[in-house]
Design a protein around this ligand. Structure first.
Ligand code: SF4
Length: 352
Protein backbone atom coordinates (compact mmCIF):
# COMPACT_ATOMS: atom_id res chain seq x y z
CA UNK A 1 0.00 0.00 0.00
CA UNK A 2 1.03 3.58 -0.50
CA UNK A 3 1.86 5.99 2.28
CA UNK A 4 -1.59 7.53 2.43
CA UNK A 5 -3.53 4.32 2.53
CA UNK A 6 -5.62 3.42 5.51
CA UNK A 7 -7.54 0.47 6.80
CA UNK A 8 -10.65 0.83 8.85
CA UNK A 9 -13.79 -1.04 9.72
CA UNK A 10 -17.38 -0.05 10.08
CA UNK A 11 -20.94 -0.87 9.24
CA UNK A 12 -21.98 0.11 5.79
CA UNK A 13 -24.91 -0.58 3.56
CA UNK A 14 -25.21 -2.47 0.35
CA UNK A 15 -25.05 -1.02 -3.08
CA UNK A 16 -27.46 -1.95 -5.82
CA UNK A 17 -26.29 -2.08 -9.34
CA UNK A 18 -28.08 0.27 -11.61
CA UNK A 19 -29.33 -0.37 -15.08
CA UNK A 20 -28.88 2.11 -17.84
CA UNK A 21 -30.81 5.32 -17.90
CA UNK A 22 -34.31 5.76 -19.06
CA UNK A 23 -35.62 8.71 -21.04
CA UNK A 24 -34.77 12.11 -19.73
CA UNK A 25 -37.32 13.68 -17.49
CA UNK A 26 -37.97 17.14 -16.33
CA UNK A 27 -35.43 19.31 -14.56
CA UNK A 28 -35.20 19.05 -10.83
CA UNK A 29 -36.59 21.82 -8.78
CA UNK A 30 -34.36 24.51 -7.47
CA UNK A 31 -31.72 22.70 -5.45
CA UNK A 32 -31.13 23.72 -1.92
CA UNK A 33 -27.82 24.56 -0.44
CA UNK A 34 -27.18 20.99 0.62
CA UNK A 35 -26.60 19.95 -2.98
CA UNK A 36 -23.68 22.34 -3.09
CA UNK A 37 -21.80 20.58 -0.37
CA UNK A 38 -18.40 19.44 -1.44
CA UNK A 39 -17.78 15.80 -2.05
CA UNK A 40 -14.44 14.31 -2.70
CA UNK A 41 -14.86 10.91 -4.23
CA UNK A 42 -17.21 8.70 -6.17
CA UNK A 43 -18.23 5.16 -5.45
CA UNK A 44 -19.35 2.70 -8.11
CA UNK A 45 -22.79 2.93 -6.53
CA UNK A 46 -22.84 6.70 -6.84
CA UNK A 47 -21.79 6.48 -10.45
CA UNK A 48 -24.52 3.99 -11.16
CA UNK A 49 -27.06 6.15 -9.35
CA UNK A 50 -26.15 9.20 -11.42
CA UNK A 51 -26.46 7.24 -14.63
CA UNK A 52 -29.84 5.90 -13.62
CA UNK A 53 -31.39 9.11 -12.34
CA UNK A 54 -29.45 12.31 -11.69
CA UNK A 55 -32.15 13.60 -9.34
CA UNK A 56 -32.07 10.50 -7.18
CA UNK A 57 -28.28 10.73 -7.16
CA UNK A 58 -28.43 14.29 -5.96
CA UNK A 59 -30.97 13.59 -3.24
CA UNK A 60 -29.09 10.57 -1.97
CA UNK A 61 -25.44 11.44 -2.43
CA UNK A 62 -25.36 15.23 -2.34
CA UNK A 63 -28.37 16.21 -0.23
CA UNK A 64 -27.98 12.94 1.66
CA UNK A 65 -31.66 12.60 2.32
CA UNK A 66 -32.34 9.19 3.78
CA UNK A 67 -34.93 6.99 2.17
CA UNK A 68 -37.39 5.09 4.30
CA UNK A 69 -36.03 1.76 5.53
CA UNK A 70 -37.13 -1.21 3.48
CA UNK A 71 -37.28 -4.93 4.05
CA UNK A 72 -35.16 -5.73 0.96
CA UNK A 73 -32.42 -3.36 2.08
CA UNK A 74 -32.34 -4.66 5.64
CA UNK A 75 -32.50 -8.24 4.42
CA UNK A 76 -29.55 -7.58 2.15
CA UNK A 77 -27.66 -6.07 5.04
CA UNK A 78 -28.31 -9.12 7.18
CA UNK A 79 -27.18 -11.53 4.48
CA UNK A 80 -23.99 -9.60 3.86
CA UNK A 81 -23.26 -9.47 7.57
CA UNK A 82 -23.90 -13.21 7.89
CA UNK A 83 -21.57 -14.02 5.00
CA UNK A 84 -18.91 -11.80 6.44
CA UNK A 85 -19.14 -13.66 9.74
CA UNK A 86 -19.09 -16.97 7.90
CA UNK A 87 -15.90 -16.03 6.08
CA UNK A 88 -14.26 -15.13 9.37
CA UNK A 89 -14.70 -18.74 10.51
CA UNK A 90 -12.05 -21.34 9.67
CA UNK A 91 -12.66 -22.88 6.24
CA UNK A 92 -13.90 -26.29 7.38
CA UNK A 93 -16.46 -24.65 9.66
CA UNK A 94 -18.20 -22.72 6.90
CA UNK A 95 -21.24 -24.94 6.75
CA UNK A 96 -24.91 -24.12 6.09
CA UNK A 97 -25.64 -24.54 9.80
CA UNK A 98 -22.86 -22.12 10.65
CA UNK A 99 -24.23 -19.67 8.08
CA UNK A 100 -27.65 -19.75 9.75
CA UNK A 101 -26.01 -19.19 13.11
CA UNK A 102 -24.15 -16.23 11.62
CA UNK A 103 -27.44 -14.86 10.36
CA UNK A 104 -28.95 -15.07 13.82
CA UNK A 105 -25.91 -13.30 15.24
CA UNK A 106 -26.15 -10.59 12.60
CA UNK A 107 -29.85 -10.09 13.31
CA UNK A 108 -29.17 -9.77 17.02
CA UNK A 109 -26.36 -7.30 16.39
CA UNK A 110 -28.57 -5.11 14.21
CA UNK A 111 -31.75 -5.46 16.24
CA UNK A 112 -31.58 -1.95 17.62
CA UNK A 113 -30.37 -0.26 14.46
CA UNK A 114 -32.76 2.51 13.37
CA UNK A 115 -33.24 0.98 9.95
CA UNK A 116 -34.26 -2.27 11.56
CA UNK A 117 -36.52 -0.74 14.18
CA UNK A 118 -37.84 1.69 11.59
CA UNK A 119 -39.43 -1.20 9.74
CA UNK A 120 -41.68 -1.81 12.74
CA UNK A 121 -42.13 -5.43 11.73
CA UNK A 122 -44.44 -7.77 13.58
CA UNK A 123 -42.82 -10.94 14.95
CA UNK A 124 -44.30 -12.84 12.01
CA UNK A 125 -42.98 -10.34 9.48
CA UNK A 126 -39.58 -10.36 11.11
CA UNK A 127 -39.49 -14.15 10.99
CA UNK A 128 -40.46 -14.08 7.34
CA UNK A 129 -37.65 -11.64 6.56
CA UNK A 130 -35.13 -13.84 8.35
CA UNK A 131 -36.40 -16.94 6.59
CA UNK A 132 -35.97 -15.26 3.24
CA UNK A 133 -32.46 -14.23 4.28
CA UNK A 134 -31.75 -17.85 5.22
CA UNK A 135 -33.01 -18.95 1.82
CA UNK A 136 -30.57 -16.58 0.19
CA UNK A 137 -27.78 -18.07 2.24
CA UNK A 138 -28.84 -21.51 1.06
CA UNK A 139 -28.52 -20.17 -2.48
CA UNK A 140 -25.00 -19.05 -1.72
CA UNK A 141 -23.92 -22.62 -0.98
CA UNK A 142 -24.95 -23.68 -4.48
CA UNK A 143 -22.60 -21.14 -6.04
CA UNK A 144 -19.32 -22.04 -4.42
CA UNK A 145 -17.72 -24.15 -1.72
CA UNK A 146 -16.97 -21.67 1.06
CA UNK A 147 -14.54 -24.05 2.74
CA UNK A 148 -12.16 -23.44 -0.18
CA UNK A 149 -12.44 -19.66 -0.23
CA UNK A 150 -9.30 -17.83 0.89
CA UNK A 151 -10.47 -14.34 1.83
CA UNK A 152 -7.85 -11.69 2.50
CA UNK A 153 -10.28 -8.81 2.94
CA UNK A 154 -13.95 -8.56 3.89
CA UNK A 155 -16.12 -5.50 3.46
CA UNK A 156 -13.07 -3.67 2.36
CA UNK A 157 -13.53 0.06 1.98
CA UNK A 158 -11.06 1.35 -0.57
CA UNK A 159 -10.19 4.77 -1.84
CA UNK A 160 -7.75 5.71 -4.54
CA UNK A 161 -6.99 8.36 -7.07
CA UNK A 162 -7.77 6.76 -10.41
CA UNK A 163 -7.06 8.99 -13.36
CA UNK A 164 -8.86 12.26 -12.70
CA UNK A 165 -11.27 10.72 -10.23
CA UNK A 166 -10.98 9.80 -6.62
CA UNK A 167 -12.85 6.53 -6.38
CA UNK A 168 -14.07 4.78 -3.32
CA UNK A 169 -16.12 1.72 -2.64
CA UNK A 170 -16.73 -1.21 -0.36
CA UNK A 171 -15.64 -4.60 -1.63
CA UNK A 172 -17.59 -7.48 -0.18
CA UNK A 173 -14.71 -9.90 -0.45
CA UNK A 174 -11.18 -9.89 -1.78
CA UNK A 175 -9.62 -13.32 -1.97
CA UNK A 176 -6.87 -15.45 -3.41
CA UNK A 177 -7.68 -18.12 -5.98
CA UNK A 178 -5.85 -21.49 -6.04
CA UNK A 179 -3.05 -19.88 -8.08
CA UNK A 180 -2.59 -17.12 -5.55
CA UNK A 181 -4.21 -14.52 -7.80
CA UNK A 182 -6.58 -11.86 -6.51
CA UNK A 183 -10.33 -12.14 -7.08
CA UNK A 184 -13.01 -9.55 -6.27
CA UNK A 185 -16.36 -10.95 -5.16
CA UNK A 186 -19.61 -9.08 -4.67
CA UNK A 187 -22.77 -10.62 -3.22
CA UNK A 188 -26.16 -9.63 -4.57
CA UNK A 189 -29.45 -10.37 -2.90
CA UNK A 190 -31.62 -8.96 -5.64
CA UNK A 191 -32.72 -10.67 -8.81
CA UNK A 192 -30.03 -11.60 -11.36
CA UNK A 193 -29.84 -9.36 -14.42
CA UNK A 194 -30.95 -10.31 -17.86
CA UNK A 195 -28.26 -11.66 -20.14
CA UNK A 196 -28.16 -8.33 -21.93
CA UNK A 197 -27.36 -6.56 -18.70
CA UNK A 198 -24.74 -8.93 -17.36
CA UNK A 199 -21.76 -6.95 -18.59
CA UNK A 200 -23.28 -3.77 -17.30
CA UNK A 201 -23.74 -5.18 -13.83
CA UNK A 202 -20.08 -6.17 -13.86
CA UNK A 203 -18.96 -2.59 -14.45
CA UNK A 204 -18.78 -1.69 -10.73
CA UNK A 205 -16.72 -4.82 -10.15
CA UNK A 206 -14.19 -3.69 -12.72
CA UNK A 207 -14.01 -0.41 -10.85
CA UNK A 208 -13.32 -2.31 -7.66
CA UNK A 209 -10.60 -4.26 -9.44
CA UNK A 210 -9.09 -0.98 -10.56
CA UNK A 211 -9.21 0.27 -6.99
CA UNK A 212 -7.47 -2.85 -5.75
CA UNK A 213 -4.77 -2.50 -8.37
CA UNK A 214 -4.25 1.12 -7.44
CA UNK A 215 -4.09 0.45 -3.71
CA UNK A 216 -2.33 -2.91 -3.55
CA UNK A 217 -0.35 -2.74 -6.74
CA UNK A 218 -1.71 -5.99 -8.17
CA UNK A 219 -4.62 -6.28 -10.53
CA UNK A 220 -7.20 -8.92 -9.64
CA UNK A 221 -7.42 -11.48 -12.40
CA UNK A 222 -11.14 -11.98 -12.02
CA UNK A 223 -14.31 -10.39 -10.69
CA UNK A 224 -17.49 -12.20 -9.79
CA UNK A 225 -21.03 -11.36 -8.83
CA UNK A 226 -22.83 -13.95 -6.75
CA UNK A 227 -26.58 -13.52 -7.11
CA UNK A 228 -27.88 -15.50 -4.19
CA UNK A 229 -31.51 -15.40 -5.23
CA UNK A 230 -30.87 -16.99 -8.65
CA UNK A 231 -28.73 -18.46 -7.58
CA UNK A 232 -26.38 -17.39 -10.33
CA UNK A 233 -22.73 -16.43 -10.58
CA UNK A 234 -21.51 -13.93 -13.16
CA UNK A 235 -17.77 -13.95 -13.61
CA UNK A 236 -15.34 -12.11 -15.84
CA UNK A 237 -11.60 -11.93 -16.28
CA UNK A 238 -9.96 -8.55 -16.04
CA UNK A 239 -7.26 -7.08 -18.21
CA UNK A 240 -5.43 -3.81 -18.65
CA UNK A 241 -7.66 -2.72 -21.53
CA UNK A 242 -10.82 -3.22 -19.55
CA UNK A 243 -9.21 -1.33 -16.68
CA UNK A 244 -8.37 1.63 -18.91
CA UNK A 245 -11.90 1.70 -20.30
CA UNK A 246 -13.29 1.60 -16.78
CA UNK A 247 -11.19 4.58 -15.78
CA UNK A 248 -12.22 6.52 -18.88
CA UNK A 249 -15.90 5.92 -18.14
CA UNK A 250 -15.49 6.96 -14.53
CA UNK A 251 -13.73 10.16 -15.60
CA UNK A 252 -16.52 10.93 -18.05
CA UNK A 253 -19.14 10.41 -15.37
CA UNK A 254 -17.20 12.52 -12.92
CA UNK A 255 -17.10 15.36 -15.47
CA UNK A 256 -20.81 15.00 -16.10
CA UNK A 257 -21.52 15.20 -12.37
CA UNK A 258 -19.36 18.29 -12.04
CA UNK A 259 -21.22 19.93 -14.89
CA UNK A 260 -24.59 19.03 -13.43
CA UNK A 261 -23.54 20.36 -10.08
CA UNK A 262 -22.19 23.59 -11.53
CA UNK A 263 -25.57 24.14 -13.21
CA UNK A 264 -27.60 22.73 -10.34
CA UNK A 265 -29.20 20.56 -12.97
CA UNK A 266 -29.99 17.08 -11.72
CA UNK A 267 -32.91 15.91 -13.81
CA UNK A 268 -35.36 13.27 -12.89
CA UNK A 269 -35.08 10.28 -15.18
CA UNK A 270 -38.21 8.22 -14.72
CA UNK A 271 -38.05 4.55 -15.49
CA UNK A 272 -38.60 1.12 -14.00
CA UNK A 273 -36.37 2.00 -11.09
CA UNK A 274 -38.92 4.51 -9.85
CA UNK A 275 -40.87 1.64 -8.34
CA UNK A 276 -37.99 1.09 -5.92
CA UNK A 277 -37.21 4.73 -5.28
CA UNK A 278 -37.95 6.09 -1.83
CA UNK A 279 -38.08 9.64 -3.20
CA UNK A 280 -40.95 8.87 -5.54
CA UNK A 281 -43.72 10.41 -3.37
CA UNK A 282 -41.96 13.75 -3.72
CA UNK A 283 -40.56 13.33 -7.20
CA UNK A 284 -41.71 16.01 -9.66
CA UNK A 285 -41.66 13.44 -12.46
CA UNK A 286 -44.48 11.67 -10.63
CA UNK A 287 -46.47 14.73 -9.64
CA UNK A 288 -44.75 15.16 -6.29
CA UNK A 289 -43.45 18.31 -4.70
CA UNK A 290 -39.72 18.15 -4.15
CA UNK A 291 -39.81 21.30 -2.06
CA UNK A 292 -41.80 19.47 0.60
CA UNK A 293 -39.12 16.80 0.87
CA UNK A 294 -36.29 19.30 0.92
CA UNK A 295 -38.00 21.37 3.59
CA UNK A 296 -38.90 18.50 5.87
CA UNK A 297 -36.16 15.88 5.62
CA UNK A 298 -33.07 15.93 7.77
CA UNK A 299 -29.92 15.20 5.82
CA UNK A 300 -27.45 12.66 7.10
CA UNK A 301 -24.26 14.64 7.40
CA UNK A 302 -22.05 11.78 8.44
CA UNK A 303 -19.29 10.60 6.20
CA UNK A 304 -18.35 11.60 2.72
CA UNK A 305 -21.52 12.01 0.71
CA UNK A 306 -20.45 10.49 -2.54
CA UNK A 307 -18.16 7.98 -0.94
CA UNK A 308 -20.49 6.15 1.29
CA UNK A 309 -22.29 3.20 -0.09
CA UNK A 310 -24.90 2.98 2.53
CA UNK A 311 -25.39 -0.67 1.67
CA UNK A 312 -23.36 -2.34 -0.77
CA UNK A 313 -25.53 -2.09 -2.58
CA UNK A 314 -27.29 1.40 -2.12
CA UNK A 315 -30.09 4.05 -3.21
CA UNK A 316 -32.99 1.87 -4.20
CA UNK A 317 -32.54 2.47 -7.86
CA UNK A 318 -32.35 -0.96 -9.30
CA UNK A 319 -35.18 -3.41 -9.42
CA UNK A 320 -32.56 -6.10 -9.78
CA UNK A 321 -31.02 -4.97 -6.54
CA UNK A 322 -32.66 -5.22 -3.21
CA UNK A 323 -31.55 -2.20 -1.35
CA UNK A 324 -32.14 1.36 -0.88
CA UNK A 325 -29.20 3.53 -1.10
CA UNK A 326 -28.55 6.61 0.78
CA UNK A 327 -27.51 6.96 4.33
CA UNK A 328 -28.37 3.93 6.38
CA UNK A 329 -27.44 0.35 6.86
CA UNK A 330 -28.92 -0.76 3.64
CA UNK A 331 -26.59 -0.13 0.80
CA UNK A 332 -28.76 -2.39 -1.09
CA UNK A 333 -26.55 -5.29 -1.11
CA UNK A 334 -24.61 -4.95 1.97
CA UNK A 335 -24.73 -3.31 5.23
CA UNK A 336 -21.57 -4.86 6.29
CA UNK A 337 -18.58 -4.30 8.39
CA UNK A 338 -15.32 -4.05 6.71
CA UNK A 339 -11.90 -2.69 6.23
CA UNK A 340 -10.85 0.39 4.43
CA UNK A 341 -8.01 0.78 2.05
CA UNK A 342 -7.40 4.09 0.49
CA UNK A 343 -4.89 6.15 -1.34
CA UNK A 344 -5.09 9.83 -1.56
CA UNK A 345 -3.79 11.87 -4.35
CA UNK A 346 -3.12 15.46 -5.18
CA UNK A 347 -5.29 17.34 -7.56
CA UNK A 348 -8.49 15.52 -6.75
CA UNK A 349 -11.27 17.43 -8.45
CA UNK A 350 -13.77 18.47 -5.84
CA UNK A 351 -16.86 20.27 -6.93
CA UNK A 352 -18.09 22.98 -4.74
S1 SF4 B 1 -38.93 8.42 -8.62
FE1 SF4 B 1 -37.76 7.88 -10.48
S2 SF4 B 1 -37.42 9.83 -11.54
FE2 SF4 B 1 -38.01 10.31 -9.41
S3 SF4 B 1 -36.08 10.53 -8.30
FE3 SF4 B 1 -36.74 8.40 -8.06
S4 SF4 B 1 -35.71 7.25 -9.74
FE4 SF4 B 1 -35.62 9.45 -10.24
Amino acid sequence: MGPTETIETGVTGASPDQPPGAPAGQPAEEPREASRRPFVSLSPSAIGAFKSCPLAFRLSYLDRLPQPPSVPAVRGTLVHAALERLMLAPGPERTPDRARACLAEAAAALADHPEMTGLALSPEESAAMLEEAARLLDGYFTLEDPTRVRPIGLELRMRAQVGAVRLSGVIDRLELDPDGELVVTDYKTGAPPTQQREQQTLAPLHLYATLVEQVIGRRPVRVQLLYLSGPEAIRADTDARAGAATIARAEALWSAILRARARDDFRARPGPLCDWCGYRPHCPAHGGDLAVLLASASPDDSGDPATDDPTGDPVALDPAADGTGGPGIGDSDTGHTGGDLGTGGPGTPTPG
